[in-house]
Design a protein around this ligand. Structure first.
Ligand SMILES: Cc1cc2nc3c(=O)[nH]c(=O)nc-3n(C[C@H](O)[C@H](O)[C@H](O)COP(=O)(O)O)c2cc1C
Length: 186
């Protein structure tokens, strides 16, 4: 079974980003893909702050990413870029930790003006980590995400369709590489 590791870079407990990921994760699982979700806010702060490469949590993250076919990297936009805590975690992965992985980036921001943060900020970091197959990515405006009565995130129609389409392409790419081709991603 193909496996996707989701890395989310939101430090907040009530996160719109996490609400968006819930939708993407359900779509991945419905298509038979196994997921593992790593939230930066669940990693001990000291591990991130003091770059504890050999901490239990970081070793676990490394193993999860190494064993995945694909990685979904998602972040809120902070100061026109990805969050500092996401970078703190990525810094603790191996230099070429995303080699042979299919990567889908996603960002949630407050303004459309920072839509290109995926391209000018996040993608260069992912490329430097060896990722060669990075999909276009999805940019979500925070106002496109509201909360339902049970605390579930409700996506507006337009972003819901765009997310489904991008995750669908991600799934196709994963299936092509893992089932049909049967060889590692290059
Ligand atoms: C410290 C901070 C800085 C932010 N900077 C930006 C920014 O530069 N551009 C932008 O579009 N949104 C910015 N935002 C808005 C967030 O990206 C947006 O509210 C997002 O939904 C937050 O993610 P979360 O709901 O997962 O916490 C910022 C929010 C915070 C808290």
């Amino acid at each position: 079974m193909a496996k996707v590791v989701i890395i989310s870079g939101s430090p907040t407990p009530t996160s719109r980003l996490h609400g968006v990921i819930d939708h993407a994760k359900a779509q991945l699982e419905q298509s038979g893909i196994q997921t593992e979700w790593i939230k930066v806010r669940d990693i001990p702060a000291e591990d991130l702050m003091y770059a504890k490469f050999d901490s239990e949590a970081i070793v676990k993250v490394n193993a999860a990413v190494a064993g995945a076919d694909a990685v979904f990297v998602a972040t809120p936009v902070y100061k026109a870029s990805y969050t500092g805590v996401l970078k703190a975690l990525l810094d603790l992965l191996p230099q070429k930790g995303l080699e042979h992985k299919i990567v889908l980036p996603l960002a949630v921001g407050g303004t459309i003006a920072h839509m290109l943060a995926i391209d000018y900020a996040l993608k260069p970091v992912l490329s430097s980590m060896g990722a060669q197959n990075i999909l276009q990515g999805v940019y979500v405006l925070d106002k496109q995400v509201t909360w339902g009565g049970n605390g579930e995130a409700i996506l507006d129609e337009e972003i819901s369709a765009r997310l489904q389409e991008s995750v669908g392409q991600f799934i196709q790419e994963i299936n092509w590489h893992t089932q049909k081709k049967g060889s590692p991603v290059t």
